[in-house]
Design a protein around this ligand. Structure first.
Ligand SMILES: NC(=O)c1ccc[n+]([C@@H]2O[C@H](COP(=O)([O-])OP(=O)(O)OC[C@H]3O[C@@H](n4cnc5c(N)ncnc54)[C@H](OP(=O)(O)O)[C@@H]3O)[C@@H](O)[C@H]2O)c1
Length: 250
């Protein structure tokens, strides 16, 4: 069979120029089979598409339900953190003459808490009293003086009585002198360590029995300088010490 004849095998061979097919019975049945096969494939791919669509739909709903569940759990957790009966709770703060301690005393007083504010000076205590409610009580405290710390602890014990102390905020602190280490003396270091570290430890140890009674918390105001050393002098050393002391309490 020539190449040309082979090309027109299923066509009108009497007229090689014609491109019309000569439809035989076998070509009809093979065409029908191809059509059925095509339909079957179409149906199969439609079913596959439907299944895929259903899977996507169910996955989407499952993810949505999971997300809502997580939001619900998170909200429940957050609501669990909200403190009740704030007005029953006593908080003792050191260093309330100025700065963070002063601001915290005023803020907790506004929230209705029973604030026991320790100030270094009479003037600081008077100013704070002027700006706060009658709930807030003040005491004069020098954290470097052990007698002063003991008498403050006794006063707090009398005030809080069976309720105990719900919060102790060790805020009092000094930063100076800050300088090159070789310019400083041992006394320069002691000055800072006595306030920021040893004073803080003294206050904490004397207040701990009251804290336990209320199942309260100790908040030690440290600093980034308790993680990184920026300069010479006692400040960074004292704040590293505060970090370590806090860890030892946990
Ligand atoms: N400010 C910051 O950027 C920063 C950053 C990190 C950590 N901190 C820490 O945060 C705390 C408060 O800092 P602040 O910026 O608010 O400083 P602040 O304004 O100087 O307040 C410190 C308070 O401590 C008092 N105080 C000083 N010596 C004391 C002593 N021997 N006994 C009792 N109280 C004493 C001060 O009283 P007087 O006012 O009468 O001197 C003052 O009320 C400190 O522990 C500090 O190290 C501060």
């Amino acid at each position: 069979m020539s190449k040309k004849e082979g090309r027109y095998l299923n066509s009108d061979t009497s007229n090689p120029g014609s491109h019309h097919k000569k439809w035989t019975r076998s070509s009809f049945s093979s065409c029908a089979r191809t059509g059925q096969e095509h339909d079957r494939r179409n149906r199969k791919s439609k079913q596959q598409l439907q299944v895929q669509h259903n899977v996507e739909f169910i996955t989407m709903w499952l993810l949505l339900v999971l997300l809502l569940g997580l939001i619900f759990l998170y909200r429940r957790y957050r609501y669990g953190l909200i403190l009740e009966n704030l007005t029953d709770k006593y908080v003792f703060i050191t260093g309330c003459d100025s700065g963070f301690g002063n601001l915290l005393a005023k803020q907790l007083d506004k929230l209705g808490m029973k604030v026991l504010a320790a100030c270094l000076t009479d003037n600081g205590a008077k100013m704070l009293k002027k700006e706060t409610s009658t709930r807030l009580q003040t005491i004069i405290l020098d954290v470097t003086n052990s007698h002063s710390v003991s008498s403050a602890a006794k006063w707090v014990n009398d005030v809080v009585s069976n309720k105990g102390l719900w919060g102790l905020v060790n805020n009092a602190g000094v930063a100076n002198p800050i300088a090159q280490s070789e310019w400083l003396t041992k006394e320069d270091y002691l000055k800072i360590l006595n306030v920021n570290l040893l004073g803080l430890i003294d206050v904490t140890l004397k207040m701990l029995p009251m804290i336990r009674r209320a199942q309260g918390r100790v908040v030690n105001v440290a600093s980034i300088a308790g993680r990184l050393t920026f300069n010479g002098g006692g400040y960074c050393i004292s704040k590293y010490g505060v970090e370590t002391f806090s860890d030892s309490l946990r």
